[in-house]
Design a protein around this ligand. Sequence first.
Ligand SMILES: Nc1ncnc2c1ncn2[C@@H]1O[C@H](COP(=O)(O)OP(=O)(O)OP(=O)(O)O)[C@@H](O)[C@H]1O
Ligand SMILES: [Mg+2]
Length: 247
Amino acid sequence: MTNTVLEIKNLKAEVEGKEILKGIDLIINSGEIHALMGPNGAGKSTLGEVLIGHPNYKVTGGKIMVNGKDITNAPPEDRAKAGLFLAFQNPITVSGVKISSFLRMAYKNLYPEENMSLKDFFNMVKAVMKDVDIDESFISRSINDGFSGGERKRFEVLQMVILKPKIVILDEIDSGLDVDALKLVSAEIKKMYNQNVGFLIITHYQRILKDIIPEFVHVLKDGKIVMNGDRTVSDRIENEGYDWIKE
Ligand SMILES: Nc1ncnc2c1ncn2[C@@H]1O[C@H](COP(=O)(O)OP(=O)(O)OP(=O)(O)O)[C@@H](O)[C@H]1O
Ligand SMILES: [Mg+2]
């Protein structure tokens, strides 16, 4: 199993001229589970978007590196090729692009040397759809078009499993999922964890962290990581909120 390390060094970023990330330091190795918590508006989603290279955000300082390679200004495709994947908090609708063609294209871009037949590829996709309980008929639907909140989250997980990333950022994957779906999603995360994938799980709730126990819990407040600890931190947040954590 190959190892991958994502290193974030003093990362600063702004959107619309407003500084959101104010110097983030974080290292995520493959095979590690990190949780990222913090109040609304702290910058958690911004961090995810900046890591995968969303064009709305401007990096104004610091570095993002994967296995020592600087990807701070790399296009999103290169970051995906380096092994990064983000499941969005609010996955957007892409009308007119079918899930089948999107997945096939994304997979081909990532693994051009594999030359998997169309039949084998879609058999693989269907097997994962079964695992996350998405009906096969979804394969010919447009991306997220008319999807319910939970269906959108399941589709993010489907992409995660199909695209075989090395470091996964899950932005509130647990919000909007019903109890059964959360179990299925947790099972997929565990499978990938056992295959040495590293995770950054952004969440507000203990529920998912009871199932997938993080080794590290980080708290982001006003664009800065104000605490690095273990799972006891998330226990305390559940009971006491964020007031006890000072910058
Ligand atoms: N395009 C934008 N223009 C202005 N401000 C923005 C823009 N995008 C994000 N922000 C601001 O950046 C801050 C951080 O947002 P972000 O989505 O990263 O928070 P979060 O920690 O993920 O919060 P939540 O827990 O609610 O998901 C917020 O105050 C938000 O309003
Ligand atoms: Mg968010």
